[in-house]
Design a protein around this ligand. Structure first.
Ligand SMILES: Nc1ncnc2c1ncn2[C@@H]1O[C@H](COP(=O)(O)OP(=O)(O)OP(=O)(O)O)[C@@H](O)[C@H]1O
Length: 265
């Protein structure tokens, strides 16, 4: 399958079945996606609907049971994808700058490029003064900044983010969301971002994919046409936001309810 230039990710009829206590669990069913180069996509859905499984398949960490997916490679030696997790994304025995430069060092990038890019992304996430510190000396928010800086410094074709701000307090979350948006505006990377927060998805996304309860399918797609660059205060005070929020909430409510009913059976 060859993708046209503007298309970055395509998923065709993808399914994933796990064996759990000797029983087959259909985690994903007939997933079809087409994501443009530079799009910011959020995935929302009830717990256990297969969001992480889908991301892990796109990251090459898990195999699909059937169907196919493709990521358009720009033909350079850039890595195909980088992943940012909720927690434990930093390596404890490496300093902040060693963590940020890890991907570049692993692919033996030229020293000058490693230094430049590491400095740039440390500055962008406000960690320059902390470059020589170790993760245990950092707050949770600072550790997530390290993960984000490392992912962008690695310059992957696509960025996969699995609830990266879920463990942070509200203030830190807002600050990091805006920092992420600002870096994304500059780099225009294709991002797939999993979240449980409707507000977060509206703030960040070009499109939101709403998933059904298990087996996970893409039930609906919501386009977010709010102007960019976006700031949290503007998005919150935009009269369209409440309407979008309610539409998504109604969907999630139904799916969460369905998921509970299935689990009680
Ligand atoms: N390695 C595995 N072996 C067996 N079952 C698995 C495995 N990984 C995931 N599952 C099952 O697949 C389903 C989807 O899990 P997944 O973690 O992808 O959901 P999720 O939507 O990311 O959930 P959450 O929002 O709670 O993080 C769940 O029923 C889960 O138990």
């Amino acid at each position: 399958m060859t993708l046209p230039n503007q298309e970055k990710i395509r998923v065709n009829q993808l399914t994933k079945v796990f064996l759990k206590h000797k029983e087959r669990v259909m985690a994903l069913e007939d997933i079809n996606l087409s994501i443009k180069d530079g799009e910011f996509i959020c995935i929302l859905g009830p717990s256990g609907c297969g969001k992480t499984t889908l991301l892990r398949i796109l990251a090459g960490l898990e195999k699909s049971s059937s169907g196919e997916h493709q990521i358009n490679n720009s033909g350079t030696d850039r890595p195909l994808q980088s992943m940012v997790f909720q927690e434990q994304g930093v390596i404890p025995w490496m300093t902040v700058e060693e963590n940020v430069s890890l991907g570049l060092r692993m692919r033996h990038a030229p020293k000058k490029l490693i230094n430049e890019r590491t400095k740039t992304y440390l500055r962008k996430v406000g960690l320059t003064p902390y470059a020589k510190l170790y993760p245990k000396e950092l707050s949770g928010g600072m550790k997530q900044r390290v993960s984000i800086a490392r992912a962008f410094a690695n310059d992957p074709e696509i960025l996969l983010m699995d609830e990266p701000f879920a463990a942070l307090d509200e203030q830190n979350k807002f600050i990091l969301q805006e920092e992420l948006l600002s870096i994304w505006e500059e780099t225009k990377k294709t991002v797939i971002f999993i979240t449980h927060s409707i507000d977060e998805a509206i703030l960040l996304s070009d499109r939101i994919f709403l998933m059904s309860s298990q087996p996970g399918t893409i039930k609906e797609e919501v386009k977010i046409d709010l102007p960019r660059p976006r700031q949290m205060t503007q998005v919150r005070s935009d009269p369209n936001t409440a309407e979008i929020f309610l539409k998504i909430w109604k969907h999630l409510q139904t799916e969460v309810q369905e998921s509970r009913t299935k689990n009680e059976r």
